[in-house]
Design a protein around this ligand. Structure first.
Ligand SMILES: O=c1ccn([C@@H]2O[C@H](COP(=O)(O)O)[C@@H](O)[C@H]2O)c(=O)[nH]1
Length: 285
């Protein structure tokens, strides 16, 4: 017997947040170089101050915050505790939180990752998590099911923003389809019939130019397309129409260093995020 989701699905909550606050996800990536430029020590105290400042500045105004787990994990359990507080505080202030952890494993272990990020009551409970499909799409099933049961979302790596991703993601299987096209097709099936769109998204880099079109990997999956790569990785708002075409209205652009470098002032962070959101919305409408 399938269980009813406990609350509104993630896809519906994300659509409402993007409509109300604009299509912008700001990444919380406390790089050592950013801690230094903010005048903070490269230790747990610096991490905590950096993270609190970003949450205070932006959680009540941007649609989504996306903490990058790696930068918290690097400080061990005390860093993860900072991440736990940030996720809870950002959600409490009204932002949706996608924890960027890129987890992926055999199904039975995937179930434990799903419990960590997508099960209510877990210390890292987030609105959505990023996952890697390279142990097979079927191995992600526990994450999709836990997400559905808890009104959460999952973002699957499809066409990543870094140039190295191509050797795996553009490879063709026996049926001639690119690996990325197979990932997108599976997500399309998971999101079929969902309104306003589904809770299962793809990660598609804003840096890709016409790659999706050339690969024959249609981006219309009736779900959100998380698009990192704007700013520090070289993509700009005006590149989005070329990459996403008619799927533009489903794009959630993600910017980390491009906003964070304006800190440590709260007002400067807010101004940078507002400018980005305005610019991105212009190219996505
Ligand atoms: O394809 C991908 C998937 C994830 N990321 C992550 O997004 C941010 C990008 O940071 P910027 O400072 O805006 O470049 C980072 O956490 C990556 O791990 C990505 O860049 N590309």
């Amino acid at each position: 017997m399938s269980r009813a989701p406990a609350r509104e699905p993630f896809g519906a909550r994300l659509r409402a947040a993007m409509d109300a606050r604009g299509p912008l996800c700001v990444g919380i990536d406390p790089h050592p170089s950013l801690l230094a430029s903010w005048g903070l020590a490269d230790d747990v105290g610096g991490l905590e101050t950096f993270t609190r400042t970003v949450v205070e500045a932006l959680a009540d105004r941007v649609a989504v915050l996306k903490p990058q787990s790696a930068f918290f994990e690097r400080f061990g359990s005390r860093g993860v505790a900072v991440l736990e507080r940030a996720v809870a505080e950002a959600r409490g202030a009204g932002a949706l939180v996608i924890t960027d952890a890129k987890r992926g494993d055999i199904g039975s272990t995937m179930a434990a990752y799903a419990a960590a990020y997508l099960e209510k009551g877990s210390p890292l409970f987030s609105d959505a998590v990023t996952v890697s499909p390279y142990l097979g799409l079927g191995a992600l099933r526990p994450a999709l099911e836990t997400a559905r049961d808890n009104g959460c979302g999952v973002f699957v790596l499809a066409l990543t923003s870094n140039p190295e991703g191509a050797e795996v993601q553009h490879a063709r299987g026996e049926d001639g389809r690119a690996v990325a096209a197979a990932v997108l097709e599976q997500l399309r099936a998971e999101n079929a019939g969902a309104e306003p769109f589904g809770s299962f998204g793809a990660v598609v880099g804003a840096t890709l130019g016409d790659v999706p079109e050339r690969l024959g990997a249609p981006l219309a999956i009736n779900g959100p397309l998380l698009a990192p790569g704007i700013g520090a990785q070289g993509a700009a708002a005006e590149d989005l129409p070329r990459v996403f075409g008619t799927a533009a209205s489903h794009v959630l652009p993600s910017v980390s260093r491009g906003v964070l470098r304006h800190g440590p002032g709260v007002e400067a962070l807010r101004a940078a995020a507002a400018t980005q959101a305005e610019e991105l919305a212009r190219f996505l409408s």
